[in-house]
Design a protein around this ligand. Structure first.
Ligand code: IVH
Length: 670
């Protein structure tokens, strides 16, 4: 047989094996017996043994398992697994601390628990009666996947804990990672150590997970029954006693000055470590304070990740493309000669905006130094002008939208008296192809409708097939047509149908966010949804254009109001909201309705003592109460602090509303 024929035969077998891998690992529907599968695999290995030229990356000898499985059982985290906000310098840290002090409204002294931020995959381990009962991945932070058996293959994870006073139920959280040295053996299978850890954890067969030496370092907890701990540092020590690994480089430090000093020192030596770290995590050590500070919608107020500065490399700009984003922003992206930065191959680099190109005078064919930090998109630090070819032309930024040809504009900021650095497409949204596609991607994204199996690529594909033009089209898809597309079949279409159906039940917060209104991110959507309660109220406000009402909400300002007005000045956006409302089941925000302040309305006047308004408000809301910003007859309590506004006190008196002090409020709570 000629080499060509041998290769053909080999490729056919590989294709066949791939098909069965997918059926087994991804779809859980094997159609051949294990022995037939093994036979096929051995035939491939035999061919490779006889004909060395066949060996390649696709070989089953090189591959570990198959692509990760999509079908793990889901698990609702008792306490969400959130992410961390980032700090890049001392300024950011000072701001972080300032916000804490403002929130607690007192100059308290507190220590920081300092922990290296390992760049791996977080996992949550639930122990009930000293036994590991659930091992779960982070997932989207709210719902994870049950990967207990895979986690059990990790030697650092104890399955039974024999220690007196170990809590009856505790969720121990930490990072799963692969050591740099161990990763060397699997370089052909995964792009970087982090991917190796995540791919390995998502194998259907725990024996596949076992093939790769994973490690686990514990650093926090989720739900704990009768939590006995007062300090994070105590908890970390106890973890060690229980038999978990904790990081040897953990520290307890008293202030920002010391944090910065330690960060500098640690950054220089981090390459000597046997695992990837991308920064340090600082947590307020006092758990009582952590509890008071609580969370914003995706990160705790009491912790921050102080990232290490980035790795850099030199490369050449091949071309500059203009991408149009969801809000019409024209973002220049440089296509560069691929370079490896810290284990990741970079071929796209953001140039941010028009002003940045002018400021740095970036031109096509320039040699540039680029930088990449953690999950931040790589960017240009400087152009090496000594290497510039004399006759390179300046880059001319387009004045028309490259997608729809509309005029573009730069916004004028009344407050700073400056034009925005970003140029935007003038189109009102769904009339510009790229904006429309990006809006749809936002609509299906995790924090919005979160339609499983309906990713960004699917949006592009369905758009090209003219199956979707507006978000509501998603709920009226031609499934017959989809079934006939390459890569789709009965099973995947039926899964898609289900996940679309499931996504119809959506909270008001996610719904507002899903509309993709500029300046209305998830946090502001939450504030608005808590304020207006239900979709009918929202529609009334939209129709009457009474957005000023939202100025009463702490956190919503003129910028957001202006953006809402702009968005809803377009009739098609109002139509979208109404049509979606008739399709979806938009639910008012789940709040604890049964707290002691159920149906009670509060308002503040004057300065509180040792507690900020924000914290007092969050205390009231935690107990099902509501805070208002105007005195009216429906108010139940006016909380009067130092130097209250006389007019408010008088109004409350005349309406017979109870006026209470801060101490009385705390008493009510107790
Ligand atoms: S605490 C709510 N501690 O960083 C607090 N996280 O961006 C978040 N991570 O998903 C978790 N080292 O995967 C915490 N010592 C540490 C950590 C750590 C690494 C990861 C973790 C998390 C991500 C947050």
């Amino acid at each position: 047989m000629s080499n060509e024929n041998i290769k053909k035969q080999y490729n056919l077998k590989i294709k066949e094996l791939d098909k069965h891998n997918k059926l087994y690992y991804n779809d859980s529907k094997p159609i051949i017996s294990d022995s037939k599968y093994d036979k096929l695999k051995n035939e491939i290995l035999d061919l490779e043994k006889k004909h060395k030229f066949l060996r390649n990356k696709k070989s089953p000898s090189k591959k570990v398992g198959y692509k990760s499985s999509k079908s793990f059982e889901k698990y609702l985290h008792k306490v969400p697994m959130l992410s961390l906000s980032n700090a890049f310098n001392e300024e950011d840290l000072k701001n972080f601390e300032k916000k804490i002090v403002n929130f607690l409204n007192k100059n308290l002294r507190f220590d920081y628990s300092v922990e290296p931020k390992i760049d791996g995959i977080s996992a949550s381990l639930t122990y009930k009666n000293k036994k590991l009962t659930y091992g779960v991945s982070r997932g989207d932070g709210k719902v994870g996947e049950i990967i207990t058996e895979n986690l059990k293959t990790i030697k650092d994870i104890p399955q039974i804990i024999n220690y007196p006073n170990f809590p009856d139920e505790i969720e121990i959280r930490g990072e799963v990672f692969i050591k740099k040295n161990d990763f060397l053996k699997f370089q052909n299978d995964f792009a970087n150590p982090r991917n190796a850890a995540s791919g390995t954890l998502r194998q259907k067969d725990p024996n596949e997970t076992k093939k790769i030496p994973l490690n686990f370092i514990a650093y926090t907890f989720g739900y704990v029954k009768n939590n006995p701990f007062k300090f994070q540092s105590d908890y970390l020590n106890e973890l060690k006693n229980w038999g978990f690994k904790i990081n040897k480089n953990n520290r307890l430090l008293p202030n920002i000055k010391e944090l910065v000093k330690f960060h500098k020192k640690f950054e220089d030596t981090r390459f000597d470590l046997d695992y990837d770290v991308d920064g340090l995590v600082y947590k307020i050590n006092d758990l009582e304070l952590q509890n008071r500070l609580g969370f914003t919608s995706n990160a705790p107020r009491w912790a921050i990740a102080h990232k290490f500065s980035a790795d850099s490399a030199t490369t050449k700009i091949l071309n500059i493309e203009i991408q149009v984003g969801r809000t019409g922003a024209l973002t220049p992206v440089a296509k560069v000669e691929p370079v490896n930065i810290g284990g990741v191959v970079v071929s796209n680099v953001t140039l941010h905006n028009e002003d940045e190109i002018v400021r740095k005078d970036i031109r096509v064919e320039d040699v540039v130094k680029i930088e990449r930090a953690g999950d931040v998109i790589p960017h240009v630090i400087a152009v090496d002008k000594s290497k510039r070819n004399k006759n390179l032309d300046r880059f001319i930024f387009p004045t028309k939208c490259p997608s729809c040809g509309s005029d573009t504009f730069k916004e004028y900021n009344e407050i700073t008296k400056k034009y925005d650095a970003v140029r935007r497409c003038n189109n009102d949204g769904y009339g510009c192809e790229r904006i429309a596609i990006e809006k749809m991607k936002h609509f299906i994204s995790k924090e919005a409708l979160n339609i499983e199996g309906f990713g960004k690529k699917v949006v592009e594909k369905f758009w090209n097939l003219k199956l979707i033009k507006k978000p509501q089209d998603i709920f009226n898809l031609n499934f017959k047509r989809i079934e006939n597309q390459e890569g789709w079949g009965k099973l995947s279409v039926s899964n898609l149908k289900n996940s679309i159906e499931n996504s119809k039940k959506v909270s008001l917060k996610r719904f507002i966010y899903s509309l993709g209104i500029r300046h209305i991110g998830i946090e502001n959507s939450k504030l608005i949804s808590e304020n207006i309660k239900n979709i009918s109220n929202l529609i009334i406000i939209i129709k009457k254009k009474k957005f000023e009402k939202f100025l009463n909400i702490d956190g919503i300002g003129e910028t957001q109001i202006k953006s809402l007005k702009n968005f809803f000045s377009i009739q098609s956006n109002i139509n979208i909201v109404e049509e979606l409302n008739s399709i979806l089941k938009i639910q008012s925000e789940e709040v604890n309705k049964n707290g002691i302040f159920r149906n009670k309305k509060f308002m503040f006047t004057g300065k509180l003592n040792g507690l900020s308004r924000a914290e007092a408000k969050s205390l009231i809301e935690k107990n099902s109460g509501v805070t208002l910003s105007n005195v009216g007859k429906n108010l139940d309590y006016l909380i009067a602090g130092d130097k209250p506004t006389k007019r408010k006190i008088d109004q409350a008196r005349s309406l017979g509303i109870k006026i209470i002090s801060q101490e009385e409020l705390i008493k009510l709570l107790n």
